[in-house]
Design a protein around this ligand. Structure first.
Ligand code: NAD
Length: 351
């Protein structure tokens, strides 16, 4: 067996339908008494629900969490925190809301209780992101890792199908790249394979029947595993391309992940046979890239970059940005290879 070093991350995970009810107990267990509740404007209702559940432990709310964590919003949230002398941050929402909590923890060391309501997986990682003057910086810091995570699938029932599907494929992408990461080990690979299985077998169900409780629970379990895999190992070409397309061309995060994944998988197919075998086994398919492409069709995902506002003449520029700095990837990353990948992804052809 391959030797490995694995830094398992701490975290208290509570999973199950209705488990939001255990939030007050969890805050008490942490010894916290002055809570700030964070949400996006769209999820203010979830914030009010939390406030009702924790009573006077809630001393402040902030409902302006924004995609990609602009520093101006962090400053605003921080002044609320200081005025209310907060000792704990509760984030209820997707990666944007949890991202705001992380940016605040980076400055303050405050503990985070995360209640994820999408499948992005940020709640399991020590990865932070911050956007200043249109440029997004990311980094790793143990201080931003949530202390506790409450996964309550009931809260995901309201996630619309057009967000649920791509958000779930975004989570699958974490698992796919975890399988061929240079830091992969038997534990992270087992987690990633199970994550792909849980997500790929539930996404079509929840897109077609958003109220299906079993499907929602399975998808959220998969998202938990995907976040765990993302936290433990480095990502490669797929995430680099998505970061480039999202950051430099302002394309929607989860849709980009969904469109690119089958092509990034095909790019690495010959160089990462064991990862492909695991993806096939998890999905019950004979070809990993095609299986992922077919999954996208089954959830009604947008098929090509042409459908989400990307211009064909920007392919070369995107390839330049994505190949500027070297990074680990099973198949050597070349500009021509990336241009071919993006051209196929632009048109949405079957890989
Ligand atoms: P998001 O948090 O931006 O949410 C998308 C929209 O869906 C928001 O309006 C939100 O309020 C709404 N929403 C979320 N849950 C809902 C629910 N249950 N019902 C109704 N509406 C709901 O999207 P996301 O995909 O979760 O997160 C994307 C961001 O997270 C990106 O900025 C990405 O870079 C970041 N991210 C970070 C990490 C990390 O480890 N740091 C990991 C994954 C993603």
């Amino acid at each position: 067996m391959k030797e490995f070093t694995y830094r398992a991350l701490p975290g208290h995970i509570i999973f199950g339908g209705g488990k939001l009810q255990s939030l007050a107990e969890e805050i008490d267990r942490l010894g916290c008494t002055r809570v700030l509740v964070l949400t996006t404007p769209e999820q203010s209702g979830h914030g009010e629900m939390v406030k009702g559940l924790i009573g006077d432990r809630c001393v402040a709310t902030f409902n302006q969490a924004t995609m990609h964590v602009p520093t101006g919003i962090v400053d605003e949230a921080f002044s609320v925190t200081e005025a209310a002398n907060v000792d704990c941050i509760v984030c209820i929402g997707g990666g944007s809301t949890i991202g705001l909590g992380k940016a605040m923890a980076l400055r303050s060391d405050l503990p985070i209780v995360a209640i994820p309501t999408t499948y992005a997986g940020s709640e399991m990682t020590p990865i932070w992101g911050l956007t200043e003057n249109g440029i997004k910086k990311t980094g790793r810091d143990q201080r931003v890792l949530p202390t506790s995570v409450i996964y309550d699938p009931d809260l995901t029932m309201s996630l619309p199908p057009f967000i649920s599907g791509p958000s779930g494929v975004n989570a699958i992408a974490h698992c796919v790249e975890a399988l061929y990461s240079p830091d992969a080990n038997p534990i992270t690979s087992m987690v990633a394979e199970e994550g792909i299985h849980a997500l790929s077998s539930s996404l079509a169900t929840i897109v077609n029947e958003p109220d299906n409780k079993e499907g929602r629970a399975k998808a959220l379990y998969g998202a938990y595993l995907a976040g765990t895999a993302l936290a433990a190992v480095g990502m490669s070409l797929h995430h680099k391309l998505c970061h480039t397309l999202g950051g430099s061309f302002n394309l929607p995060h989860a849709d980009v992940h969904t469109i690119i994944l089958p092509y990034a998988t095909r790019y690495n197919a010959n160089a990462a046979p064991e990862a492909m075998q695991r993806i096939c086994r998890a999905m019950g398919t004979e070809n990993a890239a095609q299986g992922l492409y077919d999954l996208n069709r089954s959830i009604g995902a947008k098929s090509g970059l042409k459908d989400i506002g990307f211009a064909e003449q920007d392919i070369e520029k995107a390839a330049d940005i994505a190949t500027q700095n070297p990074y680990a990837n099973p198949e050597p990353v070349t500009k021509d290879g990336v241009i071919n990948l993006l051209t196929d992804a632009f048109h949405g052809v079957r890989p």
